[in-house]
Design a protein around this ligand. Structure first.
Ligand code: FAD
Ligand code: UDP
Length: 369
């Protein structure tokens, strides 16, 4: 065998594993079907602005060890995610907090906001939420559901809220303080100089082959490595033998504008059903940019077919049990490891990817010592 590990996918999971394995004297080959490293966290410098090519990425964690780990590779700025939502000609702060409630109902105190929300919940008569619509109304009442959740969520997931699982919305923070910080984590920021350099540093000195699809590569190189770490879709690896897992895809439309400041914020969500995109990202605001030009990206949610990028796993009951069948199949082969967002079919943020990859490192190397 030429290599100890063939690592499929130069995203954060595969690259971190390659970095740690190489440090331990293992021979690694990393391949990626794209023509660049960094997976979905890839940033590209356009007009001096680091453009998040696959959607807005904000690093946040409460785990000090994870924060320190990523800080080996980059210095982070003090960006705080405070998105705003546009509904017709109205603009609201996110996440749902006292600024949102005050604008919505012209009130000032948490007690007033709670009273209105409780009234709306009682009027809706929802006790045990059975779907996303009912869960959302139970969380924030009818007004916020109708203006800020319904249209956005239906665009995002391509299905009516009454047919979506309640857990999707549980991730959205609701608070009765004047605090627009989307995340509650202790550490948050954007790497100065962009995300790609982090992955480039991890892969320094490691053999990487780009524009190389595993399924073609393996036909010509069937016995190249003792083990394979696969960070692409697990169902595709097994030729969909138990059926297809479902994903949501995205379409990004990026424009360079000859103006300094287009929307005054990094992330603006469009929550009305009749606006076709879900959000507009203005990349310079992630790094407090002062360039004369600006770069913006319209983000559209899209149905997924096998030819599209699978951005979001759809973790409903059907898909989760199908995934478990694939995972059982994987467990029977000691030469293959699955990891990352697609291999693990899990809605992992970057911090969780780091933790999972470090967990794999421990399993592969510490346990055997
Ligand atoms: P990926 O980054 O997807 O990398 C997988 C790589 O495998 C890709 O480069 C792909 O080309 C390659 N690959 C797949 N199949 C093959 C094959 N057959 N042959 C060769 N190569 C293959 N996280 C946060 O923490 N904060 C955020 O704000 C945030 N925002 C996000 C916004 C969007 C729109 C999306 C989609 C994700 C967001 N994330 C965010 C999550 C973040 O992108 C993931 O946690 C991270 O990219 C997962 O890393 P990964 O290595 O598992 O997978
Ligand atoms: N959401 C919403 N309105 C918004 C933003 C989010 O209703 O303005 C809902 C929507 O259902 C979405 C979920 O909250 O799927 C999680 O959104 P978030 O932006 O946190 O997740 P991301 O898409 O960035 O992973």
């Amino acid at each position: 065998m030429q290599y100890d590990y063939l690592i499929v996918g130069a995203g954060p999971f595969g690259s971190l594993f390659a970095y740690e394995a190489t440090k331990r004297g293992k021979r690694c080959l990393v391949i990626d079907k794209r023509d660049h490293v960094a997976g979905n966290i890839y940033t590209e410098n356009v007009e001096g602005i680091n453009v998040h090519k696959y959607g807005a990425h904000i690093f946040h964690t409460s785990n000090k060890a994870t924060w320190e780990y990523i800080n080996q590779f980059a210095e982070f700025n003090h960006f705080v995610n405070a998105p705003v939502a546009v509904y017709n000609d109205e603009l609201y702060n996110l996440p749902f907090n006292m600024n949102t409630f005050s604008k919505m109902w012209g009130i000032k105190t948490p007690a007033e906001a709670k009273r209105i929300i409780e009234e709306q919940i009682a009027n809706a008569g929802v006790d045990e939420p059975r779907n996303l619509e009912e869960q959302a109304i139970r969380l924030v009442g009818k007004d916020i559901y109708e203006k800020l959740i319904k249209g956005y969520t239906e665009k995002q997931w391509g299905r009516p809220c009454t047919e979506l699982p309640a857990f999707i919305i549980k991730r959205l923070p609701v608070r009765f303080t004047y605090n627009n910080n989307y995340f509650t984590d202790r550490y948050q920021g954007i790497p100065i100089g962009g995300y790609s350099q982090i992955i480039e540093k991890m892969l320094e000195g490691i053999e990487v082959r780009l524009s190389t699809d595993y399924f073609d590569f393996v036909k010509e190189n069937p016995n190249i490595a003792t083990k394979t770490l696969f960070t692409g879709p697990i169902d595709q690896f097994y030729k969909y033998c138990y059926g297809e897992l479902e994903y949501r895809s995205l379409v990004f439309d990026t424009k360079i504008l000859d103006e300094e400041n287009f929307q005054g914020n990094a992330v603006v969500n469009y929550t009305a059903a009749d606006v076709p995109y879900t959000r507009i990202i203005e990349h310079k605001h992630f790094e407090f940019g002062t360039q004369m030009k600006t770069v913006i990206t319209y983000e559209y949610s899209a149905d997924w077919t096998r030819d599209d990028e699978p951005y979001y796993p759809i973790n409903d009951t059907r898909n989760n049990s199908l995934f478990l069948k694939y995972r059982e199949l994987a467990a029977s082969d000691p030469h293959i490891i699955f990891g990352g967002r697609l291999g693990g079919y899990k809605y992992y943020d970057m911090d969780k990817v780091i933790e999972a990859a470090l967990g794999l490192v421990e399993k592969e190397f510490e346990e055997s010592n």
